[in-house]
Design a protein around this ligand. Sequence first.
Ligand SMILES: [Ca+2]
Length: 524
Amino acid sequence: MPTTNCTRRAVLAVLAVSVSVTALCGFSAAVEASRPNILFILVDDQSPFDLKVYDPKSPLETPNLDRLAAEGMVLDGAYHMGSFSGAVCSPSRHMIMSGRTVWRLPNAPGALQQGKCPPNLEQNTLPAVFNRAGYATMRTCKIGNSYEAANKLFQVRHDATKRGGDDESGSAWHAEQVLNYLREREATKDTRPFLIYFGFSHPHDTRDGKPELLAKYGAVNHADRQALPPSHPKQPPLPPNYLLAHPFRHGHDDVRDEVAVSGVWDRRDAVTIRNELGREFACGENIDIQIGRVLERLRAMGELDNTYILYTADHGMAIGRHGLQGKQNLYEHTWRVPFLVKGPGIRPGSRAAGNIYLLDVLATLCDLAGIPAPETNDGVSFKPVLEGQRQTVRDTLYGVYNGGSKPGMRCVKQGDWKLIQYDAYDGQSRHVQLFNLADNPEEFLAEHHSLPVIALTGVTPAKHQVNLADDPAYAAKLKEMQDLLLAEMRRLEDPWRLWNQPDDGLAPAPGPERAKGKAKTGKR
Ligand SMILES: [Ca+2]
C-alpha cells in the first residue's frame, strides 16, 4: 500500500541517515581520539648551552629534559629571528603565536601602516587556529612583553609573572595551573585533544631561586649592590667565552639587561657572574622539576603517548659570555634557543640540525595536528625533520637586533659560516665578525686569547679560533656572506641598510638619521 510503502521508505531513509550518522559519529570519535595533544613548554630567557644536551659540561641538572631528549629529538639549529626592541621577548612571542617573520609582525615598526601585516592577525594565531579546529586550548605564562590579543584567545588562561623563590611565587605556580586544568578535564570528561601553552616566568631575572637549589649551585639571591656575592666552589664555572667586557660598543650598551639586572648590574667580575649562573641554574632545575610533575600526570592519565611535547625558550642569554649579560646580541648563546621535541613518530634519541626559527612552530603544530596553517603564516613546517625524513628545512638563517642604536646588528648563517655586522651610534661603531662555527663554536675573539682571560676561564682557544673578517684568506667568503646578508634583508623586508650596503632607495626608517649612500670608511 502506498502509505505503507511511503512509511517503509521513510523508515529506511531514517535508518540510512541514522546509520550514516552513527558511522560518522564513530568516525569522528576515532579521529578525535587519534588527534594528538600538544604540550608547548616555553621558558623565558635560556641559553641552549645551559642544558647538558647542548653542553655536556654544564653542571645544570635537568633529568626530565634529559629524558625528553632521550625519548625524542634534539634540534641543534633552532633560532629566534630577532628583535627591533630591547624587550626581545615581545617580537619572539609574536613570531611564535603568528608564524610571521620579524618585520611583518603587528608590532614591527611601520608594519601595519605599510601593509606588511594584515589587521586582526590575532584571528590567525596559535590559539585561534586550534580553537577553530576543535581543540581545547589552555595557557599559563608570565604577563607582559607578549602578544596580548592572541594570548586572550586561549579558552582557559591563568597568567601571572612568577619569579619568586618559593612555590607560590615561582615556577611551581605555572605547573599547578596545568595540573589543575588536567584535573578539570578528567572531572568533566573532556575528550577533545588539547593544546596547552605551558610558559614559565623564569629563568628570566630576577633569578630568585629556591633555597635548596641555590645551595646546590653555591649561589645566593644577591640583592646588595654595594657588595659582591660570596664566592663558592659549587658555583658553575665561567662560560668558556667569558670576557670582562665586550670589546666594542655593540649598539645597546645601556639597555636594562646590560646594566640594571638585580644581582649583576654592570659588573662582569668572575664572582658576580658565577653567582648569577648559579641562580640561573637553580631556576632552570626548578623548571625541570615542575615539567616532571606535569609529564608524570600525563603519564598517569594515559595521555603521554598521544602528546607532542615541545620544549624551548623565547631566546637565549649571555650571562658573562662575550662580556655581555643580556639578550640584546646575536652570538649563538643568545640568538639560538634550546629545542626538544618528543611525540608520536619521533625516533627516540634522534638529533637534527633542523635550521628552524621559532616562527616555524605554528606551521609545524598545525601539520602535526592535521590542520591547515593559516594563510598569514610565513613559517615552514619542520615535521619532515621530526619524522627523520630531512635534516633541515632551511639553508640560510637571518638575525636582527636593533632595539637600541640604529640600524643595529644583523647576522646571517649558512652552513658552518656566520657573519655578524654592527652599525651603531651614527657610524661610530661599525664592526664585522666572520666565524666558522664548526672550527670556532664559541665564537672566540682575539680578546679570548689574552692571558688574564685564559687565567680566569681555564680555556685556551686554538690560534685559528678568532674573528676571521680581517683575514685576507677569507676575503671571498666574507664577500659571499655579506651578499647573502643583503639578500636576506631584502627578502625579509628589513627596513634598514647598513653602512656597507646600497641604500636601496628605502625611506628613512624611524630613529636617528642615516647617512645617504655607501660609506667608504668605518671600522669593521
Ligand atoms: Ca624572554
